[in-house]
Write a protein that binds this ligand. Sequence first.
Ligand code: S3P
Length: 193
Amino acid sequence: MIKREELRQELMACRGRDTEKPFDYNIVLIGFMGSGKSTVSDYLKKAFDMDVVEMDALIAEQQRMSIPEIFEKYGEEYFRNLETQLLIDMQAQSNVIISCGGGVALREKNVVEMKKNGKVVLLTATPEIILERVKDDEERPLLRGNKNVEFIGNLMEKRREKYEAAADIVIATDGKTVFEICKEIVQNLVKAE
Ligand code: S3P
């Protein structure tokens, strides 16, 4: 059950006033595969009637290919360029949740583009929790044959600095409900406005 009213009240209380649109910028969710970006996007979407751009899903739709197929056919660099273009296209909008693929924030240019009209929220989780969340999924080419805590922990460590540098806000998700995570996001976004 979505605690829609509670979250709306929280936003209003943090701001001290009501606003027509909940956010006059985009909320850009970044973080490792399985850090909860899609789940959080869906909750915020329902709570605030916002649009969500799920970057992977939109790219797959536009290319008429799955992410693993794009990687196989055109390579990772091609896929990364599509991500950059999508971020540029999104700058014209506001009040949209942009759920980034796990690699999006690793490119410096992407971080510049996402910050132009977005506040960047980094979601984190331990490798053990990430493994639990991704273990039955076959849609992530980088994790094929690599679904173990050691691989996930190492890749996460390699990416940590870039993720943190990109983030306006960092939210640890371990042991929290999605409502608690969203409430923390709302509180921290308002502080960062
Ligand atoms: C990737 C993460 C995936 C997807 C692609 C590459 C990455 O997105 O973009 O498999 O480099 O971390 P999710 O984080 O939504 O799984």
